[in-house]
Design a protein around this ligand. Structure first.
Ligand SMILES: Nc1ncnc2c1ncn2[C@@H]1O[C@H](COP(=O)(O)OP(=O)(O)OP(=O)(O)O)[C@@H](O)[C@H]1O
Length: 362
């Protein structure tokens, strides 16, 4: 996983996609109830959990405020949840804000100057902060001090303001976009990975328990397998499957019920939705697996170029179903297999030809 590849996680707001990684209104309403409250309850991310546990235990033993923490990774993997756990483990209050909400250095100064000793400041999307605010943050992180500028022009003066020690938890989907001086000021950086199906299965079981939904192991596995490695998606799919189980069955989520429900919602066994499959189908059936230009592919599926590039492609690339080459987009052998077109050589056009040539060419 290349954490500096910012395009890997660029995804616009959820819209009506069930498999979107961004949170929608309904997610926000239930997420608070589903958030693990301590490191023991937090599923997966073994490495980050273990490292963070050491950082927090050591700080507690010293009676000190924990070092600043940077969490990087795709949306919905648990960065906000982890920041709340850090505060809880330190017995400290937490203040939550985000980069886009801090456009002026004054906005940041107001927040920083109102922090109490040991408080955790969670700054989501830290890469989207304005430059002047970012520069103020450098000094605040290092020296627990800010210079507040009073007045304008030649008469402006900087008034130093001491801050109580605090822990900044920065979250970013794009670690590569952070300027090195900012990155270097974090004492600990945790890279959040996509979750394995078995881990997501545990997330689903846990959420089902909290939502008072009866679910069988195989039902949880079915939902986990379609959740694109992301707990937020797993929780969202669980809620839709619960609806289906209530209306069409006796409320219990079995493997069959989960599969039927997610088929209704057009989320397939590998987690692809209608748009993902439309892109792949066009690539295979209309263009023989490529290479084909992005604009042509977008026209073929009746979508904007940006939608195909930013919404569908990142997951298809991650899944090894599609590759971006200098000559255009190509389908991998796994794409043919997934859509059941591998043995389709007898049909019209080149639909049955696996795109062996030029797979890495161009
Ligand atoms: N490790 C985990 N174990 C159990 N539930 C989790 C875990 N990680 C995330 N979740 C659940 O997934 C949902 C999304 O998590 P969270 O809001 O922390 O993600 P995020 O990375 O901060 O997303 P974003 O970057 O979009 O804000 C929450 O409901 C949370 O409870």
């Amino acid at each position: 996983m290349n954490w500096d590849d910012e395009s890997a996680y660029a995804e616009p707001p959820a819209g009506d996609r069930l498999v979107a990684t961004a949170a929608d209104g309904e997610d926000r309403a239930v997420e608070a109830a589903l958030r693990p409250k301590d490191l023991g309850e937090f599923v997966g991310q073994e490495r980050v959990r273990e490292q963070l546990d050491l950082v927090l235990k050591a700080a507690r033993a010293r009676g000190a405020t924990a070092d600043h923490v940077l969490l990087s990774g795709a949306p919905g993997l648990g960065k906000t949840t982890l920041s709340m756990i850090i505060a809880a483990e330190m017995g400290a209050p937490i203040r939550i804000t985000s980069g886009p909400a801090i456009q002026h250095a004054g906005d940041l100064a107001a927040i920083l100057s109102s922090l109490t000793e040991g408080e955790v400041l969670f700054l989501d999307e830290i890469h989207r902060m304005s430059r002047p605010a970012e520069e103020m943050l450098y000094m605040a992180m290092e020296d627990f001090r800010v210079d507040v500028i009073v007045g304008k022009g030649p008469g402006a003066t900087a008034i130093p303001l001491e801050l109580p020690p605090f822990t900044l938890v920065g979250a970013t989907t794009r670690a590569g976009l952070l300027p090195p001086p900012l990155r270097d000021r974090f004492g600990f950086t945790g890279h959040m990975e996509f979750y394995a199906p078995a881990e997501l299965q545990r997330v689903v079981h846990r959420s089902a328990r909290l939502l008072d939904v009866e679910i069988e192991d195989q039902g949880a596995a079915e939902i986990a397998g379609r959740s694109r490695g992301t707990p937020r998606i797993a929780n969202r799919l669980l809620r839709r499957v619960r609806d289906y189980a209530q209306v069409k069955a006796d409320g219990v989520i079995t493997r069959e019920i989960a599969a039927q429900a997610l088929d209704v919602y057009e989320v397939d066994a590998r987690g692809l939705d209608r748009l993902d499959r439309a892109v792949l189908t066009a690539l295979l059936k209309l263009f023989g697996g490529g290479p084909v230009g992005l604009s042509t592919l977008a026209v073929a599926v009746g979508e904007e170029r940006e939608t195909v590039e930013e919404v569908a492609e990142p997951f298809l690339v991650r899944e090894g179903l599609l590759a971006r080459t200098p000559r255009g987009r190509i389908a991998t052998p796994a794409a043919w297999e997934h859509l059941g077109l591998v043995n389709d050589a007898g049909t019209a056009g080149r639909a049955g030809t696996p795109p062996q040539q030029g797979l890495f060419g161009g």
